[in-house]
Ligand binder design. Structure first.
Ligand SMILES: [Zn+2]
Ligand SMILES: [Zn+2]
Length: 341
């Protein structure tokens, strides 16, 4: 059964399931244009997800063959997974921000062994125990999701209109969750004339009930010390200032009062950073910090892969605290430990 919703003003959404994931589904938005529908994101690369997308498009009175273009908020497989298949069926263009397009290119070029070696070195440097690192040194032939994502054929340029025939859709660069995440601002009056400035497709940047994962931008070829959490907080303020009448996120449900949600998230992150500073009264490696941070379940119950993600999130927070001058590395510590200033 196709699950679709009409948001009015030539915008509908299709629920595309994400297999075995508590998020449940990605909302793929279908934006009518003079040349056929344009999709915002496509959903997870899985036969059931494809069936849901095509059935959803049929329920919207169109078909995957009619799709004119695909605008990707960010490269994650629950957003970009089906883009290649949509392009094959329709001849549509696929657009993405250059920073995420670079990740797609790298994912296609990097051998899995290189990723495992890179992750093993990173985790060791973060203070991970041997039993966590060992499986990466002798990886079983596991398949990683998103190893051959579709190369986009258009670049989304921040601040510019996407050139959709008959519509005004502007790209807002919102790095943080990924380096090339974009929100898309539909600069048209709200169909129910709600106060505010148009509607915002927010991807994973701004969601009604959850905070997106903010980790490091992992890149084996780039040693730049980035500050993804700082990027994210800046991007949040930028989106709040837009003051859209309604937010159309990629998961959960649409909502109003973007500035209110932005404030909540800024407060949440400030409280979290303050909580981490209390933990950092004693020197801790990123791994030790992750063990002590609050997650959605106790550390011993967190599965292997999620622990790796948790350490990346701990490191993103440490980067921010160091950048703010509120924490610093302990000289001579190995692996490097951090302490509150
Ligand atoms: Zn994502
Ligand atoms: Zn997502």
């Amino acid at each position: 059964m196709a699950k679709t919703f009409d948001h009015g003003g030539g915008v509908r959404s299709v629920q595309v399931p994400i297999p075995d994931n508590p998020l449940g589904h990605t909302l793929v938005y279908v934006v009518d244009t003079d040349r056929g529908p344009v999709l915002v994101d496509t959903g997870w690369d899985d036969p059931a997800s494809w069936d849901a997308l095509t059935a959803g498009l049929a329920a919207c009175g169109t078909s995957v063959q009619e799709v004119h273009g695909v605008v990707i908020t960010h490269h994650h497989p629950d957003h970009h997974g089906l883009s290649g298949q949509v392009r094959e069926a329709s001849g549509a263009w696929v657009a993405m921000h250059a920073a995420d397009a670079a990740i797609v290119r790298r994912a296609r070029q990097t051998r899995p062994e290189r990723w495992y070696a890179y992750m093993a070195a990173k985790l060791t440097a973060a203070g991970a125990p041997e039993e966590h690192v060992a499986p990466l040194r002798a990886p079983r032939r596991r398949t990683l999701p998103g190893l051959a994502p579709a190369l986009p054929d258009r670049e989304i340029v921040p601040g510019e209109l996407l050139g959709l025939p008959g519509r005004r859709l502007r790209a807002i660069w919102t790095p943080g969750h990924t380096p090339g995440h974009v929100c898309l601002h539909l600069e048209e009056e709200h169909p129910a004339r709600r106060p505010g400035h148009g509607r915002l497709f927010s991807g994973d940047h701004l969601l009604p009930e959850i905070t997106p994962h903010i980790g490091l931008y992992e890149d084996p070829d780039d040693a730049t010390v980035t500050d993804p959490l700082g990027d994210y907080l800046d991007s949040l303020e930028r989106v709040g200032r837009l003051g859209p009448a309604e937010v159309l996120p990629a998961h959960q449900y649409s909502f109003g009062d973007a500035p209110g949600r932005v404030r909540e998230l800024l407060v949440h992150h400030e409280q979290r950073l303050t909580g981490l500073l209390a933990l950092l009264r004693e020197p801790l490696t990123p791994w030790q910090l992750a063990e002590r941070m609050e997650w959605n379940r106790p550390w011993p119950d967190i599965p292997y892969g999620s622990r790796t993600i948790a350490v990346s999130e701990a490191e993103a927070h440490l980067r921010r605290l160091v950048k703010l001058g509120r924490a610093e590395p302990v000289p001579g510590s190995e692996p490097v430990a951090y302490v509150a200033v």
